[in-house]
Design a protein around this ligand. Sequence first.
Ligand code: NAP
Length: 302
Amino acid sequence: MYDIIVIGGGPAGMTAAIYARRAAKSVLVLEAVTCGGQILNTPDIENYPVEAHISGFDFSNKVYEQAKGLGAEFVFEKAVEIRDEAGVKTVVTAKNAYQAKAVILATGSENRKLGLEDEDRLTGKGVSYCATCDGNFYRRKVVAVVGGGNTALEDAQYLSDIAAKVYLIHRRDSFRGEETNAERLKARENVEIIYNANVTRLISEKRLKAIEVTDKLTGEVRTIELNGLFIAVGRVPENQNFANLVKLDASGYVEAGEDCHTNADGIFVAGDNRTKALRQLVTATADGAMAATEAVKYINAL
Ligand code: NAP
């Protein structure tokens, strides 16, 4: 049995592993895909102390090496269920079951979809949720980004260096993302911002070839021919598999305060999948530290 199982190998989960190992607890990190999580999609991190510029990929690799170097074990399996029997937590994956005294949920979130017809079929055929992963396929082509948060603003900026033309389509007349990001984008000559509008149809043959955009104020429908559509309309927390044990709010986030305690004894939460005011890299790593410290206290008191 492990002392602590961390579910999710993003910045929150890996930081939790670092803190737990430094407290001499045995730690297993279960990661469904690749360590790093959402930050892997960020080409340039400018707001995390120490390095003025670092890519999300390099950041993730460094944290992973740090956690591994301290003795955290990593297994690449998706946790689908937690059972709690007399205080012993069993975390079930498709292949195995692992036991621990405490669990830290650091599952982060997944891409929110627009919910348009053919959105799934066209994913990878003109529709993408990751500009840094797929942007290079659209060199000197026409693309659009949907969304008004920091991700959409940064994606549009990143793509404007690669593509011939970038449309940014946002459903309101002001951005949710930071002013600095918005100002940088507005200065780009090959970027056209379309406010108060929704993408209402994907037009395709085998691949996406155009979109219909509907103006929310006038109802006017405009067809834009393009090669790629990058959807950046936020994320949805990945907590549903654990809703049998921990309380979720109406949006699906695990209810927890700054101490990262859930309502369930010995189950803690860290990062973007918990209720919080600011979802940033720095708050995710802070959560990792807090959740691990609280888990260690819990184990020591058993
Ligand atoms: P977000 O901040 O939640 O923004 C999502 C955007 O998508 C909003 O503008 C929202 O519109 C729009 N939207 C949501 N559902 C939509 C729909 N069905 N149709 C059309 N538009 C829709 O998400 P995010 O940009 O992915 O950012 C997530 C978190 O990571 C944020 O806290 C963000 O600040 C942070 N982040 C930070 C950085 C950085 O600091 N460098 C970089 C990336 C992300 P409304 O505004 O109208 O709700």
